[in-house]
Design a protein around this ligand. Sequence first.
Ligand code: ATP
Ligand code: MG
Length: 261
Amino acid sequence: MSNASVSRIPALELNNIHKTFGDVEVLKGISLKAYDGDVISILGSSGSGKSTFLRCINLLENPTEGEIIFKGEQLALTANKSPDLQASSMAQLTRMRQQIGFVFQSFNLWPHMTILDNVVEGPANVLKRPKQEAREYAEFLLNKVGIADKKHMYPSQLSGGQQQRVAIARTLAMDPQVILFDEPTSALDPELVGEVLGVMRSLAEEGRTMLIVTHEMNFAKEVSSEVVFLHQGLIEEQGTSKKVFEAPESERFKAFLSSTF
Ligand SMILES: Nc1ncnc2c1ncn2[C@@H]1O[C@H](COP(=O)(O)OP(=O)(O)OP(=O)(O)O)[C@@H](O)[C@H]1O
Ligand SMILES: [Mg+2]
């Protein structure tokens, strides 16, 4: 490894993330670093804390403890009466959220807007890009995810797989530095899963930095630079895709693998 790579700053660094709901501690101290171009798959059985962890990164859930560092800049968090930490500065949180894309299981497109307007909305209204420029970029991205011909339709007129590809285009339109995916294919009929995974695979090949919660084991095995297995709110197994899938150490992870493959 060169000195340059030793000293490089992670795109995203999470330190000791804890999250408590009521008296249940769902995350018990998770630390993870994603460098530019990393594709990190987060695996784990239902209820292990995968979504909660992902949502703590951009404060869709407020962590109870921990540090979030984006490109070397720590998100300022304040303790108050609630057990959760709050963003100290809404301006800083908003700026970070604009650079950390989030793709949900349930697409979350605006139902009253056309496909094109869904993708134009963020860059035009949030980033204040000129409308024409935002529109051209949106068309480029819709073409990239294979939906260009549907741009004047509404979300309800598209299949789930098509809607999810629009949601990915909408996320890309904000030029995120990191993209978080929470089970992006698990609401889809099986025959539609492949088209969404195909788009995600091409993003991985482009060098996008991605954290992906998924139950698609073959996909995780093929695209991930790193795999993390959560169990009861802790990292139970972690390593390169090759190491984790070919020589897993944890008995729990081995059992998980044998139940899912
Ligand atoms: N808002 C909430 N209030 C209370 N408990 C919650 C809340 N959100 C999650 N939990 C609990 O936290 C635990 C972890 O949930 P989480 O959704 O992170 O799991 P997951 O690994 O994403 O599961 P799945 O694979 O089913 O999506 C679960 O026991 C869940 O019931
Ligand atoms: Mg989940």
